[in-house]
Ligand binder design. Sequence first.
Ligand SMILES: [Zn+2]
Length: 105
Amino acid sequence: MKCPDCENGTVIGFFARMADGTTKPVVKLPCPCCQGTCQVPDEMPERRAAGKQLHELRLSRRLGLRQAAELLGMLPSDLCNLEHGRSGAPVEPIMEKIRALDLTH
Ligand SMILES: [Zn+2]
């Protein structure tokens, strides 16, 4: 499917303020969602929804990204990718682990 985040594989990085007070996009970055290809897997919306649930579960347990990744034995970047739906890995087992974490000490 077409990337939901961008028009042509790029996203605006910075705006410059012109002398007449208007702003103009000056830096375009490759879209982080589709890596500039403007195509994402068809299951992307479901992945994103699952990633959002994971993100909210982590926040509800007051875990930082790094802290959670450490407790789960995974890289913070991998956890971040999961939360943003960029990873094809299943989210549910990770959520189970977060629910099972003993955070009382
Ligand atoms: Zn995109």
